[in-house]
Design a protein around this ligand. Structure first.
Ligand SMILES: C[S@@+](CC[C@H](N)C(=O)[O-])C[C@H]1O[C@@H](n2cnc3c(N)ncnc32)[C@H](O)[C@@H]1O
Length: 310
């Protein structure tokens, strides 16, 4: 399936692209957001990150249709700071993130992201990375599996599923996505299997987050990215599940919302905030978008701006 960018207009509008600005798209994907940034900054420059070689190869010609003032970087976005330094860029006008996997990654059976396609357990966004879903499923201890299913999948049957995996893999390694789905189904009560939604969804999400270090990557890039914004520079982030959204919400709150003070204790000076929120509540997809793009259902967009120096 062609990747249809989520919250495209809303995110680009929020970024408020300047025609000579320096921008970073941390998640190039198929270039939907990057193309819109490029159209609006003919005299600036856009740096695009992606872990996935296919994303860079496919999107480069699409971006060239618009201009040549961009640089694609095959690296994890947690390296934002180091890579901007390499290009001698201290601060930027805007940073965009549209997290998660793209439709082509999900639909490509061979990548092993989908519980609906039979494939070798993989789930690596970066095809050169050493850790894949196969190692997680076949070498992590019962406790480690239970922990990631609970923490990254919010899976209520984390222990039972971890136990079933450990039992099954003693007979032979679990090689494929469908084998893993079968193991998960064996661990779940009938009542849960009858519920709406795929029974393997939470566990697949958890393994994908573990394989790609998604939450630690996000935490690092938020801290570094906020430091790298110019005054009036903006960061906009689209998330697709509650764990990601919580991390973004808290990172923004930490720098843009005054801490509650105990009025009984005399305060010296007033806390000066360097940033302000562009969204008190996250922006979600319109009725129209919800109808046309199923990926938009869980999407949440948040934005923040660095204040001008006084
Ligand atoms: C949802 S897609 C982005 C789609 C894009 N905005 C578009 O409109 O086509 C997310 C992309 O980010 C990449 N990605 C995810 N985590 C990453 C990370 N830590 N560093 C670099 N790229 C990452 C994925 O490989 C994927 O191509």
């Amino acid at each position: 399936m062609e990747h249809v960018s989520v919250l495209l207009n809303e995110a680009i509008e929020m970024l408020d692209v300047k025609k000579d600005g320096i921008y970073v798209d941390c998640t190039l994907g198929r270039g939907g957001h990057s193309r819109e940034i490029l159209k609006r900054c003919p005299e600036g420059h856009l740096y695009c990150f992606d872990l996935d070689q296919n994303a860079i190869q496919e999107s480069t010609p699409r971006l060239k249709e618009i201009g040549s003032n961009f640089t694609c970087i095959h690296a994890p976005f947690e390296q934002l700071g180091t890579i901007l330094d390499r290009y001698h860029i201290d601060q930027v006008d805007g940073i965009l993130m549209d997290l998660g996997v793209s439709s082509p990654q999900f639909d490509d059976g061979a990548r092993g992201f989908s519980y609906r396609e039979d494939a070798r357990l993989d789930m690596r966004m970066d095809q050169e990375a050493s850790l894949s879903a196969y190692e997680v499923v076949n070498t992590y201890s019962l406790e480690q599996l239970q922990e990631i299913f609970k923490a990254y999948g919010e899976e209520p049957f984390a222990y039972k599923i971890a136990k079933e995996i450990v039992t099954d893999r003693e007979i032979a390694p679990i090689q494929t996505t469908f084998q893993l789905v079968d193991t998960i189904k064996k661990a779940l009560p009938n009542a849960v299997l009858k519920k709406k939604g795929h029974p393997a969804k939470r566990v697949f999400q958890a393994i994908r987050i573990e394989v790609n270090h998604e939450l630690s990557q996000l935490q690092t890039v938020l801290i570094e990215g906020l430091k790298r914004l110019k005054p009036k520079g903006r960061m906009v982030v689209i998330t697709f599940h509650s764990l990601e959204d919580r991390i973004v919400k808290n990172a923004f709150k930490d720098v843009a919302v005054a801490k509650k003070v105990d009025k009984r204790i005399p305060q010296i000076g007033v806390e000066k905030l360097e940033y302000h929120l562009l969204t008190r509540k996250p922006v979600t997809a319109s009725v129209e978008e919800l109808k046309n793009n199923p990926r938009s259902h869980s999407a949440k967009l948040r934005g923040i701006e660095r204040n001008e120096n006084e």
